[in-house]
Design a protein around this ligand. Sequence first.
Ligand code: GLC
Length: 421
Amino acid sequence: MFRKLIYIVISALLLFSCGGNGDGGKTKLVFKVGKVAGQSGYLAQIVEEFENENPGVDVVLEILPSITDQQHQFYITSLEGGSSDFDVFALDVIWVPEFALAGWLESLEGKFTDEQLANFLPGPLKADTYNGELYAVPWYVDGGVLYYREDLLQKYNVKPPDTFAGLKQAARKIMKGEDNSKLAGFIWQGKQYEGLVCSALEFIEGNCAGILDDGGNPVINSERAIEALAFMKQLIDDGIAPEYVTTTDEEATRHSFGNGNVIFMRNWPYAYNIFNTEGSKVKDKVAVKTMPHFEGCESASTLGGWQLGINKFSKHKDWAWKFIEFMSRYETQKKMALNVGLKPSRKDVYSDEDLVKQQPFMAELLNTLLQAVPRPVSPYYPQISLVLQAKFSEVLSGSSSAEQALNEAQTRLTEIINRRK
Ligand code: GLC
């Protein structure tokens, strides 16, 4: 309540001192974005650089919670009401078709030349296109990767595993040797939310299975998908993954690993910079590689990441575009990558010398991101995801078998997809 009051007072003061919109004062451009871990004010610095270049505008940075599902809920509510309270906003890669169909995004078709567009990673670009028109610009890209404690693997003479079976064996050996009841073998994002779908998809795809087939039909109860989910559950039952994995999101897993209590972790690339900052308990002890896969299949990394779009109801669309253009520049993306650890949406930044020096896995990461597996690109993805979140969660918590849960998921996804045909 008190915070809210302060916020209202500050907003009122800001509005007053800037003269609001027009009347000789500066234009107030509101940029809404989810909290990015470890950014410690750097985004504000970038925004200030934009303001220095554009004295006519004042950017107000409004931060939402970091969890994607919560942000989604916020946007649905405010955009359904036609809110013009914000101008530019960061969208999860899975939302663009849904928001474009609803008429909440300004079309950005033709804003960049084909040559400029060709420099962006193709996966996010495709996800930002709806009915042949571009509705958002890729800002930073995520792909699931495997973090591991290089020091512990070396101590036990264990090679970084390529398969899930190899990971399990390696974790078991190290856990036994360390004799530390707090040490977990493997963690991922396992609570019931979008992050669980991303994590589970890497097990499923890594076992040559998927959510939908090439024709867009659900295949989530295939034998191999069931096997992959059952394997995740078995990791918990065998004590390789801790019980608490059914409650974790990105930051919770990042904290456990960062406290030195985990050998292997699935997460997005942002955590690497945080682990290597001064004072970190795992500084210089962490390496990153592609996710493991099941025997005879290939590694899969879920495509994630955030886009910049313009609110269709915004009253400052020209400024909003200028801001997006600024955020997409080589220099801006390089700074965000160096200082915050967010991975560029532009391919050319990946070979930047300074960046490669700071984050040696950059070249391999670009390959991973180029091949990352998208979640279904559809306006109905949120409905599909809600089913998957619930069913995957039932398996991990032990309230359903993998077979039963995925059979139910198959029925529900078929209903959703048929209804839309
Ligand atoms: C990250 C990804 C996003 C994904 C989310 C799941 O923020 O960038 O695409 O949906 O994690 O928790």
